[in-house]
Design a protein around this ligand. Structure first.
Ligand code: 13P
Ligand code: SF4
Length: 306
């Protein structure tokens, strides 16, 4: 068994070739995990890559719903997650029976579900969205359409503000990492660094979004930092994104709005676990066919919109 990171990385690379596997990583992963990935992306980019790659084995470094989305899109592939316990608490806030019940109460409403949901919830939904395309997905529905948005109320509110001609019902879910940031946190961070641009993720509360210079998904934050001439940035999303921000912009400075912006679930994936899953080809993430067949319609509808 390798004893240091260098040996671990060497062994992962060797086995990855032997297994003909592709390693996908979300931006919130540990820096050393991002560095061994073949592809790093936001939730939308990861879904697209999972759908298009010819690789037969996918190692998904992220939380469970992300690997499940890959399995929904790629029924013939082996989808591995290095730690089956890495789950998104936001995704656990709404269940398929919850959505069924709401549909009875809101006849005619279109159900938009954030990609941070289980496959069973996706199967009950009309269309999926990510933080990169939520407003666009809403726009694809006819004006006047009633929308049930699950489960992230903050992202739903952000998309609704850009679509005032649709009627919304929001599920009361939230990401505990982003939702714990308050307006006071932003005011304090700005006072400490008045020249900095504040960039927030739409899972933040509306009062935080209102105080930011820009609101964007993780890939949108990267784009903004690349294109904006400012040198200092206050980042209001999970700490893992700092790794790519700093790598891509060596002359610029990036600081978190609060040290509380850490998702423990994302940090469960380690190099040791990536290696173990390449050795054992497990744990696997599988979606039963009847659920997959219904969920894939909602995911593909999103992929055809944006
Ligand atoms: P994005 O990378 O799509 O912005 O996702 C944020 C997130 O919280 C994933 O868990
Ligand atoms: Fe879920 Fe929030 Fe962690 Fe993303 S950052 S996995 S939304 S708890």
């Amino acid at each position: 068994m390798p004893v240091n990171n260098e040996q671990l990385v060497g062994e992962i690379k060797r086995l990855k070739q032997e297994r003909e596997a592709l390693i996908l990583s979300h931006y919130y992963q540990l820096s050393e995990v991002q560095d061994i990935a073949d592809f790093i992306g936001d939730s939308l980019e990861l879904s697209r890559r999972a759908a298009s790659t010819p690789a037969k084995v996918l190692v998904f470094c992220g939380v469970h719903f992300m690997a499940e989305t890959a399995a929904i899109l790629s029924p013939g592939k082996i989808v591995l997650i290095p730690d089956l316990e890495a789950g998104c608490p936001l995704a656990a806030m709404v269940t398929a029976p919850d959505v069924q019940e709401m549909k009875k109460r809101l006849p005619g409403a279109a159900v938009i579900c954030y990609v941070n949901t289980t496959a069973a919830v996706k199967a009950e939904s009309d269309v999926v969205c990510t933080s990169a395309n939520a407003a666009q997905v809403v726009k694809s529905l006819p004006p006047g359409q009633k929308v049930l948005f699950v489960p992230d109320k903050n992202l739903g509110y952000h998309a609704a503000r850009q679509n005032p001609d649709r009627e919304f019902v929001f599920w009361e879910g939230y990401c505990h990492v982003h939702d714990r940031i308050s307006a006071e946190d932003i005011i304090t961070a700005r006072q400490a660094n008045p020249a900095a641009m504040v960039v927030a993720h739409p899972e933040c509360r509306p009062e935080v979004v209102d105080l930011a210079d820009e609101t964007a998904s993780t890939s949108g934050i990267l784009r903004y930092a690349r294109e904006n001439p400012a040198r200092d940035f206050i980042i209001v999303t999970e700490q893992g994104l700092l790794h790519q921000l700093r790598k891509e912009n060596p002359g610029k400075s990036f600081n978190l709005a609060s040290p509380a912006l850490v998702c423990p679930e994302m940090k469960k994936i380690t190099l040791e676990k990536v290696l173990r899953c390449l050795v054992t080809l497990g744990p696997r993430v599988e979606v039963p066919s009847p659920v997959r067949e219904r969920a894939v319609r909602a995911v593909e509808r999103m992929l055809n919109i944006s």
